[in-house]
Design a protein around this ligand. Sequence first.
Ligand SMILES: *Cc1c(COP(=O)(O)O)cnc(C)c1O
Length: 404
Amino acid sequence: MTLGNPLFAGQNPVFIPGPTNMPDRLRAAMAVQTMDHRAPDFADLLGPLRADLKRVFKTETGEVVLFPASGTGGWEASVTNTLSPGDTVLVARYGMFSHRWIDLCQRHGLAVEVIDVPWGEGAPADLFRERLAADADHAIKAVLATHNETATGVVSDIAAVRRAIDAADHPAMLYVDCVSSLASMDFRMDAWGVDLAVTGSQKGFMLATGLAIVGISRKALAAMETAACPRCFFDFRDMLAANAKGGYPYTPALQLLVGLRDSTDLLLAEGLDAVFARHHRIAEGVRRAVSAWGLALCAKRPELQSDTVSAILTPPGFDSEALTNHAYARYGVSFGVGLGQMAGKAFRIGHLGAMTDVTALAGLAAIEMAMRDLDYPIQLGAGVAAAQEYYRATAGETAARAAA
Ligand SMILES: *Cc1c(COP(=O)(O)O)cnc(C)c1O
């Protein structure tokens, strides 16, 4: 099956913030024949893979488990394995993904205390601290934060959230959605005291969708023993018990695990710091383009700007939905639509995973054409030129790193 003009199918990269473009090497890695997951050598794949994923999460003391699911399944697994119906959780809503996590908690019968924050802001560490300090009998069991809010292109300071919890001297666990940040922007599970960290295979790992990847702290493992939310498919206890013997509680998504093996090898060989620097450079070129267009990011301050996705506000009177539809229909290029409160008001350029300066320039050129077609007050080529200057000036950095 092909979407769009079959001649061009797959030729244009996607500029959505996940699922991301898959490098040919990883697509090939996933194309393996069926293997018996009950054969003894399955353990040779799973054990080292889980160990290496701990390096990506930056945890030495935690565990990593892999469910056949998308990221949303990872949220569900985290919540149901560590909490009981009626437990209170504290969450800030600052975009569509934090909103969906709230909805999931409510449907599981948790008491959800929501702090609404203007979209374009990040996790409100100070408000968390105040609320936790007032919670003298420790009714709040967990604080939930979305590290990178993909709807608004905002990255939050998770270390500050941890400091807020500690400053309030509160035992609540910290749950972090790092679906669109892990393996693209710095994330430190142990250093930031993260108890549950959730991601999926189709963003920074550049694979097909289908694995929920969850980091679990020792504290969360202890909470698992008393948590009363019903769970079966996502039960950590079954998964950990089977994994300890080198196996799975049901049929694993083998092709994805093989792909994840190769993706993790690629990321660790490049070095995580180099991976983050690469994302920063691509993102910065996109931001130069946005300011050359005279447009603004949804992220309200520079320190909130995400290196994996930029959400760009359209000028008043211009419908972002019409823009993304036009770019797809006319040029066969996908950009992220505005989600939730941002519907019609912002479009998004995803720049995580397998993206080079050259592919980023193609995306900027394509969206410029679409904006000109729809009479946006921009100068054709202005954004591309600004990004080109930045990429020219910084190209040596990546080349030097690659040679080193
Ligand atoms: C993509 C994404 C998710 C998970 O979505 P799935 O479609 O279930 O994989 C969750 N949170 C954020 C921040 C995301 O970007």
